[in-house]
Design a binder for this molecule. Structure first.
Ligand code: KG4
Ligand code: ZN
Length: 339
């Protein structure tokens, strides 16, 4: 069963083909970063228009790369939310129309379920049950996952998502969009000179808050001469604070649940320092940790094709309606039987 996956929830057009037995066949990504850079962030209307331009050629290329014809495709998975409504509509309308024309089922996929399942694309995938830390531009979620679709939210961000905090702090430091990777690069040249707070770690609970840390960072920056060295040291301290906060909460979630497997996914999980601190923590806890390969941490079509394939295999499919939901809580998904 060959499943075509389509991702257009934000600023990346992602397309992939996943085969139920053979695994990932081909995948392509077109990033709009260059287009949005001059505005310092994603311009939703430009994002939608660019998805329209890029999506069909990318689908054609992905079929050619996989040495496949359209008649080989048995189902189409598309990101139906959460995300930017215009951007989602492009992928959803294209996927739904192609599925109707090709006479195959379509399946509406939750973007964060895609991220959560991305480590399943790796050669040594995690086994259920596990704790998942999902850290992206729009979400920071700690979830207990017993099987696909059974997502119990243990904690979430009360304000800025981890990626959003990286992006806003990067802007303060005068870095280009997208801030996360740029801040991380700057931090790698910084020294451990400042210690920033680890928000909400001094009390019980698994929720996060990064907005105060962002303000703290701004105040610290203004208290220096803002030389290149000051900025690098501040980037280092900010990144370290986020990484340790995430690590403390993940450790707590593992201890509270008694589980010994941690899955970390979403754009921010590409961060080398966060990966390293979380890996050190799980080693100490005698737990296992799983990440997607860096290119599948950020948005991509492969994770959507994979998640859609699992749901189609379980007999699910979506109606002829074009489904696009800017908001869609992950704990509202249907549970799949253990296969
Ligand atoms: O998952 P993703 O590609 O899109 C959303 O679903 O939001 O995540 C994008 C977020 C952005 O905030 C970006 O700055 C952040 O992930 N990000 C990083 C790194 N790479 C991407 N943050 C910190 N370090 C990185 N290396
Ligand atoms: Zn994402």
């Amino acid at each position: 069963m060959y499943i075509l996956g389509i991702e257009t929830s934000c600023d990346e057009t992602g397309v992939a083909i996943y085969h139920a037995q053979k695994g990932l066949i081909s995948h392509n990504l077109y990033s709009q970063i260059e287009m949005h850079r001059q505005y310092g962030g994603v311009v939703p209307e430009l994002a939608s228009r660019d998805h329209i331009r890029k999506l069909i050629p990318l689908i054609q290329k992905t079929l050619i790369d996989g040495d496949l014809q359209q008649s080989d495709i048995n189902g189409i998975a598309y990101t139906a939310g959460p995300g930017l409504i215009g951007a989602l509509m492009v992928g959803a309308a294209t996927a739904r129309s192609l599925a109707w024309t090709w006479d195959v089922p379509a399946i509406a996929v939750h973007h964060m379920e895609g991220h959560l399942l991305a480590p399943m694309l790796e050669p040594n995938p995690p086994k259920f049950p596990f704790i998942a830390l999902l850290i992206s531009g729009g979400h920071t979620l700690l979830v207990q996952v017993n099987r696909i679709g059974q997502y119990q939210i243990l904690g979430e961000s009360l304000d800025d998502a981890a990626g959003e905090a990286f992006d806003k702090t990067a802007k303060m430091l005068g870095l280009d969009y997208p801030g996360g990777p740029m801040l991380s690069k700057l931090a790698s040249t910084g020294k451990p000179r400042f210690t920033f707070p680890r928000p909400m770690t001094d009390r019980p609970g698994l929720d996060f808050s990064f907005s105060g840390l962002k303000t703290y960072t701004m105040n610290q920056l203004h208290a220096t001469a803002q030389t290149a060295e000051d900025k690098a040291d501040i980037a280092y301290a900010f990144q370290q604070a986020v990484a340790e906060t995430l690590s403390i909460k993940c450790k707590r979630a593992l201890q509270q649940s008694g589980l010994k497997t941690l899955v970390v996914a979403g754009g921010v999980s590409a961060n080398v320092q966060i990966r390293s601190l979380l890996s050190a923590m799980t080693t100490k806890e005698q737990a296992e940790i799983y990440f997607p390969r860096p290119e599948f941490c950020t948005d991509n079509g492969a994770m959507i094709a994979y998640a859609g394939c699992q749901r189609l295999l379980a007999g699910e499919s979506s109606s002829l309606e074009i489904i696009a939901k800017p908001r869609w809580p992950i704990n509202q998904l249907t549970e799949l039987p253990i296969m």
